[in-house]
Design a protein around this ligand. Structure first.
Ligand SMILES: Cc1cc2nc3c(=O)[nH]c(=O)nc-3n(C[C@H](O)[C@H](O)[C@H](O)COP(=O)(O)OP(=O)(O)OC[C@H]3O[C@@H](n4cnc5c(N)ncnc54)[C@H](O)[C@@H]3O)c2cc1C
Length: 475
């Protein structure tokens, strides 16, 4: 096997594997190196997203939601469920199977697109004559070369000082996705996307969940009106969310973890949990990359320093995804991967950071794109707002899920859509319409004039757009 490549990609998460496929499609001889191992020691491409992130969390969210529906919502439909129980080991095994299907899918895509895959750790050896040598160590042991290198090595969970992850009692996302029996009392530190999603999974299957968050406001990056509505709905379900706490000592015993903290009113607490999930953010992963060998610069926070085009400090070395600045989202990583491959080919790959959607897959889901109302106020941008509650949507009533709303923010003068915010059923799917509209710089009137199928949740998007001009038809 020839070891000289046009493009070598290090990391096969959503940033890396997609970059490798696009580079191969563009005619480059491409290699992709990834070190993730499955339980048998074999390759498990797909990175954090596929193995311990997006995919397994959504599998568990679905299983736990089905269980909750069977226990509560089904009765409203006249469906009686007797002797309801959940087999957590089976739920985890199903999740593992979903992950494996995705791992295998990526290996298949590599074959189909003629990307050469190396299972092992990739580290820079040297740069010579405009060519980079990358050592592969692991199942494959060799040195390969690339004219271009794309670094897509992702991120790792951030630990709290003094509370290292043991993945048995103090869990990162990895351990949180492997719990094999419902903990009676579960603590979650960090009310961000991961904390809320994991907290929801385990609450639905019976855990008493306490979420501890240092920030005084709930989901500070989300539009305030939407965040408040979401907080109310999640609290009603039984998620005990405490904001503005100051975490003190965390002590792992033999079977439980004690967390000392001061709440927002200054009262001191000492809570004992059967498991503790710590989800306080993630740090870029450059471990073992040997970036120094080629003089690759990192920024002050440890990310690989890149410009707006994902170019690093070294010629023809690029970096994408969680290991560089910007939101840590799988689809952001993918967009950057594609754009870089196209730039290598002399095309004009582009990532529009203003139209990257965000989704939190709680129930109800929370999704948004563009500016929040508080951002527009802070920036002094004159805007008009329109909201529409799912309570007034026929499909939502038929589904039995009328919680939440859709909110449009449009420029007061031009009517261009500046932000769309949603909390409610299936808004992870509904947000795409808003993304498309904003990519085409549509006005709220454009959406208001478009025919939406009836009855559908998407009618709420049209109605919220109509509400910008105070002419909702159904509310
Ligand atoms: C619990 C959880 C849920 C999430 N849910 C969502 C979601 O719903 N939607 C969303 O958009 N995002 C979600 N994310 C975030 C998402 O997973 C990341 O943004 C995404 O995986 C980043 O992709 P990446 O390609 O940059 O890196 P990663 O996915 O981290 O992949 C990096 C890969 O590089 C490999 N690697 C690292 N160093 C080397 C080396 N030196 N040699 C060889 N291989 C190496 C790693 O083994 C890994 O396979 C979630 C994250 C978590 C933890």
């Amino acid at each position: 096997m020839s070891k000289e490549f046009d493009v070598v990609v290090i990391g096969a998460g959503p940033g890396g594997y997609v970059a490798a496929i696009r580079a191969a499609q563009l005619g480059f001889k491409t290699a992709c190196i990834d070190e993730w191992k499955n339980e048998k020691g074999g390759p498990a491409p797909g990175g954090t997203c596929t193995n311990v992130g997006c995919i397994p969390s959504k599998a568990l969210l679905q299983s736990s939601e089905n269980y909750e529906h069977a226990g509560h919502a089904f009765a409203d439909h006249g469906i009686e469920v007797k002797g309801l129980s959940i087999d957590i080991k089976k739920m985890i095994a199903r999740k593992d199977n979903v992950v494996k299907q995705n791992n295998d899918g990526i290996l298949y895509l590599f074959k189909k697109n003629k990307v050469t895959f190396f299972h092992g750790r990739g580290s820079f050896e040297k740069a010579e004559g405009g060519v980079y040598s990358v050592k592969v160590a692991g199942a494959a042991e060799e040195t390969i070369t690339g004219k271009h290198v794309i670094v897509a090595t992702g991120s790792n969970p951030r630990a709290l000082p003094g509370a290292a992850f043991d993945e048995k009692l103090i869990l990162s996302n990895t351990g949180a996705l492997e719990i094999d029996a419902v903990p009676k009392k579960l603590g979650v530190i960090g009310a961000g996307v991961i904390g809320l999603e994991m907290g929801s999974v385990w609450r639905r299957v019976g855990a008493e969940v306490t979420v501890l968050e240092a920030m005084p406001t709930f989901l500070g990056a989300v539009d305030e009106q939407i965040a408040k509505e979401a907080q109310k709905l999640l609290a009603k379900q039984g998620l005990n969310i405490n904001l503005g706490v100051k975490i003190g000592a965390i002590t792992a015993g033999k079977k439980d973890v004690t967390v000392e903290y001061t709440d927002a009113s200054g009262k001191e607490h000492k809570d004992v949990f059967d498991k503790l999930i710590v989800s306080i953010g993630r740090v870029p992963n450059t471990n073992g990359l040997n970036a120094e060998a080629v003089g690759l610069k990192l920024d002050e926070r440890g990310f690989i320093a890149v410009d707006g085009d994902c170019k690093t400090s070294q010629p023809n070395v690029w970096a994408v995804g969680d290991v560089v600045r910007g939101p840590m989202l799988a689809h952001k990583a993918e967009e950057e991967g594609v754009a870089v491959a196209e730039r290598i080919a002399g095309q004009h790959g582009h990532v529009n950071f203003n139209t990257i959607p965000w989704v939190i897959y709680t129930s109800p889901e929370i999704a948004w794109v563009g500016k929040t109302e508080q951002q527009l106020k802070a920036e002094g941008v004159p805007y008009k707002a329109g909201t529409f509650p799912f309570m007034a949507n026929g499909r939502a009533r038929a589904l039995g899920d009328t919680s939440g709303m859709v909110k449009f923010l449009a420029d007061a003068k031009t009517d261009e859509i500046l932000g769309v915010h949603m909390v409610g059923p299936m808004v992870s799917e509904l947000i795409s319409e808003a993304v498309v509209a904003m990519e085409f710089r549509a006005s709220s009137e454009d959406i208001a004039r478009i025919c939406h199928a009836h009855p559908s949740l998407s009618e709420s998007t049209k109605e919220a757009a109509l509400a910008v001009d105070k002419r909702s038809l159904n509310f």
